[in-house]
Design a protein around this ligand. Structure first.
Ligand code: PLP
Length: 386
C-alpha cells in the first residue's frame, strides 16, 4: 500500500485556476448581509429571464439523453450568428473553459508550442501545461495591444496554437481588423489561431476583428464564445466554438458524450431569443464602464480603456490588501496577479448602484492605506486571504 499512484507530471505541475471569491464566503467570514460581487465578470442584471423560464419547463424531460438538443442548439446558434455559418460550423461545450481544454487536447502534443500574450486569461497557460506543451509568451505592448510582428517572429515549425483574446481579459483591449489581417497573412497553415471572444458582445469599437471572415475563408481558426457573460448564465455552463466544418468535426471528437445537460442547452436556446435582456445588459455595461473609467482616472489609478464588462486599474498599493479591505466592506473584486498583472486590480462593471458603492468603498480603502503608510502593514492584522 506504500506505492504511490503515478501522477501525470504535467497535470501535477500545471497552475491551478482559482475562481473569484463568492458572495457566500465573504458574507460568512465577515458577518455581512449585503455583499456585491464584482470579481468574475458576471452579469449584474442576473440570468436571462427567458432562460430561467425555459429551464423550469424542461425539467420533466430529464429522463431523456440530450443528444437531439445539441443539434437544435447548433441550429439556433447558426441562425443567431448568421454570417454564412451553418450548424456544421458549431461545437458546443461545458462553458468556454471546456472548449479551451478540448482545443488543447485536440491540437497540442507533448513538447509542442502554443503562443499566448500576457497579460491575459490564465486558462491558456493551464491547458498548455497540462498537455505538456511548451508555452511561448509574447507580451502585449505597453499599451496592451497585440504585437503582431513579435507573434509572427515567435512561430516555429513546432507551433500548434496561437491564442488571441479579444476583448482581452484582464485588460479589456482588442485586436483590430488590420492587426488580425496582418497576423493571419503571416501565420503558416500548420498553426491554429484561437480567437477567444467570451466578451465580444460588449464591444462598441468599429475596428474589432470580424473573425468569422476567416472561418468563411476556411482558415485554420477556432472562435470561442460563451453564454456566461452577456446572457448571465455563468452557472449554467454553456460555451461553443465556431470553426470551418473540418476543424469543428475534429473538435467534436474531443467532447465527452452528452457533455451538456438538457437544462443547460434549453436555457441557452431561450437566452438567444432574449434580445431585451441582452440589450439591457449591453447598455448598463457600456454606460457603467465609461463612468467607472472616468472615476478611476480622476483618482489617478491608471484604468485601461476597456471594451469589455470589466476594467483593470493600478491602485498604487498592494492589490491583495486593497482587495481584502474592499471585502471587509462587502465589495468583492479581483487582484489581477493571476492574470499576469501583479500591480493591478480588476473590477467587473455592475449596476449603477454597485459601481457607486465600489468607488465609495475604494476611496475609503485608499485613504486608509495612505494613512497607514506605503506598506499598509497594519492591514495584515485581522484580515484574511480567501
Ligand atoms: C477570456 C475568457 N475566455 C473564456 C472564459 C470562459 O468562461 P466560461 O467557461 O464561463 O464560458 C472566460 C471566463 O471568465 C474568459 O474570461
Amino acid at each position: 500500500m506504500s506505492d504511490k499512484p503515478h501522477l501525470n507530471p504535467h497535470i501535477a505541475a500545471a497552475p491551478v485556476y482559482t475562481a473569484g471569491t463568492s458572495v457566500e464566503e465573504v458574507a460568512a467570514r465577515y458577518g455581512l448581509t449585503d455583499v456585491i460581487k464584482m470579481a468574475s465578470n458576471e452579469n449584474a442584471l442576473g440570468p436571462s429571464p427567458k432562460a430561467v423560464e425555459a429551464i423550469a419547463s424542461a425539467l420533466t424531460a430529464l429522463n431523456f439523453y440530450p443528444r437531439v438538443t445539441d443539434d437544435k442548439l447548433r441550429e439556433r446558434l447558426a441562425a443567431h450568428v448568421g454570417a454564412g455559418m451553418t450548424p456544421d460550423n458549431f461545437v458546443t461545450s461545458n462553458g468556454g473553459s471546456e472548449m479551451l481544454a478540448m482545443i488543447a487536447m485536440g491540437f497540442l502534443e507533448e513538447g509542442e508550442e502554443a503562443i499566448f500574450c500576457p497579460p491575459t486569461f490564465l486558462l491558456y497557460e493551464i491547458q498548455v501545461r497540462r498537455r505538456g506543451g511548451q508555452p511561448v509568451k509574447v507580451d502585449l505592448t505597453p499599451e496592451y495591444r497585440y504585437d503582431v510582428d513579435a507573434i509572427l517572429d515567435a512561430v516555429t515549425p513546432s507551433t500548434r496554437l496561437i491564442y488571441i483574446c479579444s476583448p482581452n481579459n484582464p485588460t479589456g483591449t482588442i485586436i483590430t481588423q488590420e492587426e488580425a489581417d496582418r497576423l493571419m497573412a503571416g501565420v503558416p497553415d500548420h498553426v491554429v489561431v484561437v480567437f477567444d471572444e467570451a466578451y465580444i458582445e460588449f464591444v462598441d469599437h468599429d475596428d474589432h476583428v470580424d473573425s468569422l471572415k476567416y472561418v468563411r475563408d476556411g482558415r485554420h481558426v477556432i472562435v470561442v464564445r460563451t453564454f456566461s457573460k452577456i446572457y448571465g448564465l455563468a452557472g449554467l455552463r454553456v460555451g461553443y466554438a465556431i470553426a470551418p466544418p473540418e476543424l469543428a468535426q475534429y473538435l467534436w471528437r474531443c467532447r465527452q458524450p452528452f457533455h451538456l445537460s438538457t437544462l443547460a442547452m434549453t436555457g441557452a436556446m431561450a437566452a438567444l431569443e432574449d434580445r431585451e435582456h441582452v440589450a439591457r445588459t449591453r447598455a448598463i455595461v457600456i454606460e457603467g464602464r465609461k463612468w467607472l473609467h472616468h472615476q478611476l482616472a480622476e483618482m489617478g489609478l491608471d484604468p485601461v480603456p476597456s471594451q469589455s464588462n470589466f476594467i483593470v486599474f493600478r491602485p498604487g498599493y498592494s492589490p491583495q490588501q486593497v482587495y481584502e479591505r474592499l471585502l471587509q466592506r462587502g465589495v468583492v473584486v479581483r487582484p489581477a496577479g493571476p492574470f499576469y498583472m501583479p500591480e493591478h486590480v480588476r473590477v467587473t462593471v455592475g449596476t449603477p448602484e454597485q459601481n457607486e458603492r465600489f468607488i465609495a468603498a475604494l476611496r475609503e480603502v485608499l485613504a486608509e492605506m495612505e494613512e497607514l503608510g506605503e506598506s499598509g502593514q497594519k492591514a495584515e492584522e485581522g484580515t484574511l486571504t480567501l
